[in-house]
Every structure is written in C-alpha cells, then in structure tokens.
Ligand binder design. Sequence first.
Ligand SMILES: Nc1ncnc2c1ncn2[C@@H]1O[C@H](COP(=O)(O)OP(=O)(O)OP(=O)(O)O)[C@@H](O)[C@H]1O
Ligand SMILES: [Mg+2]
Length: 328
Amino acid sequence: MSDPDPAVVQRALTRERARRAKAEQLLEDKSRELFMSYQTLQESHDQLGAAMEEVKRQQKQLVQSEKLASLGTMSAGVAHEINNPLAFVFSNVNSLAHAVDQFRQYHQHVGALLLAESPAQSAEATGALKEFVEEADVEFLFEDCGDLLSETIDGIQRVKSIVAGLKAFARSDAGEMEPVDLIACIRNTLKLAHNQIKFNMEVVEDFDDLPEIRGYPGKLSQVFLNLIVNAGQAMEGTGSIKISARNLKDVIQVDFQDTGAGMSAETIKDIFNPFFTTKPVGEGTGLGLSISHGIIEEHAGEITVSSELGVGTCFSIILPKNEMRAAA
Ligand SMILES: Nc1ncnc2c1ncn2[C@@H]1O[C@H](COP(=O)(O)OP(=O)(O)OP(=O)(O)O)[C@@H](O)[C@H]1O
Ligand SMILES: [Mg+2]
C-alpha cells in the first residue's frame, strides 16, 4: 500500500477543521440563543410574579372596600341602634340627678330632726320631714332609682356591644388566624344587621354547641352579614330566615334558610361571579357572594346554595373543625 498523498490529507484535515469550526459556531449561537430565551423567560416569570402579587393586593383591597361599603349602608341603622339606648340613658340620668337632689333635701330634713335641741324644734322638724316625704314621694324615689339604674346599665351594655360588634366587623384581619366562636360571631352580625332587617324578616336561631375554629372573625362576620342582608332583600313582603349551626363529625355546617323569592337555575349559575347582581344600580355591587366565596375558601371551607323560585333559598357553609387544616 502506498503512502497517502500529503496534499490530499492536508485538504481533508482543513475540511474537517472548517466543519468543526462551523459546528462549534453553531453550538455557540444556539447556546447564546438559549441563554437569551432563558433570560426572556426569567423576565416574564418575574413580571408574572409581580402581576400575581398585584392581583392578590387588589383582591385584599376589594374585600376591605366591600366591607367598608356595607359598613356605609349599615351606618344609619347602627346609629339608630346606638341612639335609642342613648336617648333613654340620657333621660334616666336626668331623673337620677333629680332623685339625688331630693335625697340631699331628705338628708337635710333628717339632719335637722337629729340636731333638734328642744321638743318644739323636734316637733317642727318632724312635721317638715313628714311633709317632704309625702310631697317628694321618697319611697317611690327609692324604688324608681333601682329601676332607673338597671335600665341605664342595660342601655350602656347595648351600646357597648354594638360598638364592639362594629369594631370586630371593621377589622382588616391581617395576620394570623385566631380562635373564633361562630355563634358569637353570627349573633354579633345579627345585631349589626338588626335595623336593616327588623321590619321584614324574622330571625330564627337553631344552634348546636360548637367548638371554636381557627379563622378570621371580621371576615366571617362579613360573609354572615352578606347572607343575612341578601335574604332580607329577597323577601317579597315579610318572611323569615332560619340560621342553624350543626356540630358534625369533622366539620361545622351553618345554614341560612330564607323564605324569600328564590332564584332560577339561570341566576344560581352566576351568583358567585364578581359583579353579578340582579339588584338595581346603587343597591347592589354584586361583590357580596364572590367575596364571601373567597373568604370561605381561605378558611378551607365550602359554600353552596340550593334555591327554589317562590319558596326560598338556603346557603350552606361548611367549615373544617380541624385546626391544622383551617390554619393551612
Ligand atoms: N337569599 C337570596 N335569595 C334570592 N336571591 C339571592 C339571594 N342571595 C343572593 N341572591 C342573588 O345573587 C345575586 C348576587 O348576590 P351578591 O350578594 O353577590 O350581590 P348583591 O347582593 O347583588 O350586591 P352586594 O352584595 O354587592 O351589595 C343577587 O343580586 C341576587 O340576585
Ligand atoms: Mg349581597
């Protein structure tokens, strides 16, 4: 076998080198392209993350503004609820001030009698005391003061509890979940809604003893308020809402069963969508149920509805008892 022609070998080598250089160039171009795509992807990912954060922030804001809107609607009613007891507390305190003045005079008459230095003075003081006791009806005053005081304390308690209710409702519930007494939360909400529903809807309560669950009391109150107000607005004339709470094995079930107008299947399909409302402009924003749905999901729970036109509607809320699941 003869040796290969060096010129041929050289050409083959050069061709091979050129092929390799081309391949390397291609590889480098592809790597650069890949790197650029990766960077673009990373940027899009960051943008998406920022957008998600923004959506979350806006959702939180929406929940808070819906709450403030219902606070606005409630405020006239709540003011009325506070004004009523305040009016009689004011009048009672005036009566008590008058009674204190009478007791001061009574005390002066008794003092004059005790300090009498002669039978004549004593007789005169006794006469004056008797006359005063009859005129001022001191016995009645003593009795009346007891009633006035207990009514006043009662009125102040009512104002106190409604203000506490408002505070609990208005809180933004940022941070950790806390133990919630659902029955207290429902009753508190009923107090706030009282003025809005008292003329057209009777409330029937049927509560089991419930364990506390972990949750956000202000947000849960927001859900309950929306369901109660919705039921009131669905009444044709007058009707009732039965609120029942069942202590089941792993969950608590709270039902809001009303005797309102009910809903068609067509309406039910949309009620949890934001801004869906059948109410006239200015009466409903259509956010109540979509926000309620979000809040119940946040508590690892479920909200469902069943309704029949002309019969009524029942919203059921299921909340887990298990603290860890609720916290998760
Ligand atoms: N208990 C109910 N009975 C009959 N229809 C109801 C009841 N609850 C809700 N709906 C229907 O669902 C719709 C949406 O309710 P949602 O609470 O989300 O909004 P809204 O009450 O219309 O307005 P908002 O709560 O924002 O003031 C209502 O407009 C109504 O048509
Ligand atoms: Mg509503």
